[in-house]
Write a protein that binds this ligand. Structure first.
Ligand SMILES: C[S@@+](CC[C@H](N)C(=O)[O-])C[C@H]1O[C@@H](n2cnc3c(N)ncnc32)[C@H](O)[C@@H]1O
Length: 238
């Protein structure tokens, strides 16, 4: 059975969670792959004590975390690039989750976990210094001023990201909304735990080496918008 979503527990996820009625292939992955690969709810204590070893049942060398993976194109791509690493993807939108899961063929790899809800629930549960790579790709822009507090890159959330990232870990933020790009840089450079790696405009206007543009990114480019790539390093702890 598809898991019930208790909306009362959702605190930071805004926007849609369900789409059109699901086709059988999508329902099937929610019944088969999803229960095996979801972060077990019992581990989501938000007590900052969840080790990767406990979550994956093995030692984890490098952990990638993608917040709001959409249909999961980028997550699939990096899983292909780094087959020995481990991955967590959070996406509350059910159609996005099923799009991601239905691309797997047997045997489904065991080095990833998914969470169909607010990424902060997992991040707040993980132990300090767990994450090597954090991806926030094309987050919802929330253009109205009164909705800016919903933006995922915020001072409070940056503290969460800093806690959970390893020293020297890399955070990547992208957007094709210029005002949001400016907002994300401003918020992040004001956080004392992150260092923006860019030295010249070329650095944020050019995709990182080996970059795979998602459909969302390509749609923006087709519409004449330019994509911004913001790369930060988690500074060493004092
Ligand atoms: C504009 S879409 C971008 C999707 C994808 N990253 C891409 O580049 O194609 C933003 C996504 O973030 C998800 N999202 C919003 N708030 C979130 C949260 N608190 N935790 C996890 N995902 C979230 C939304 O459901 C949506 O799918």
């Amino acid at each position: 059975m598809v898991e019930n979503i208790d909306n009362k527990k959702v605190r930071r996820v805004f926007g849609r969670r369900m789409g059109r009625p699901m086709h059988k292939a999508r329902r099937d992955v929610l019944d088969s792959i999803f229960p095996q690969r979801k972060v077990p709810p019992a581990l989501l204590t938000e007590q900052k004590d969840l080790s990767c070893a406990n979550l994956f049942g093995c030692e984890v060398q490098r952990l990638h975390f993608e917040i709001g993976f959409g249909s999961g194109e980028h997550l699939h791509y990096i899983m292909g690039q780094f087959p020995d690493d481990h991955f967590i993807g959070a996406e509350p939108y059910m159609n996005g989750m099923t799009s991601f899961l239905k691309e797997f063929t047997d045997p489904v790899p065991e080095n990833f976990k998914v969470h169909m809800d607010d990424a902060l629930m997992v991040l707040n549960s993980l132990e300090e210094a767990s994450v090597d790579f954090l991806y926030i790709l094309n987050p919802d822009p929330w253009p109205k001023t009164r909705h800016h507090k919903r933006r995922i890159v915020s001072p409070a959330n940056l503290d969460v990201f800093a806690r959970v990232m390893k020293d020297g870990g890399v955070m990547l933020q992208t957007t094709d909304v210029d005002e949001l790009a400016e907002w994300m840089v401003t918020q992040t450079v004001h956080c004392p735990d992150f260092e923006w790696t860019a030295e010249r405009p070329q650095d944020w206007k050019t995709p990182p080496n080996g970059w795979m543009a998602t459909r969302y990114e390509n749609k923006g480019k087709d519409a004449g918008r330019s994509q911004t790539y913001l790369i930060y390093k988690r500074k060493p702890r004092g």
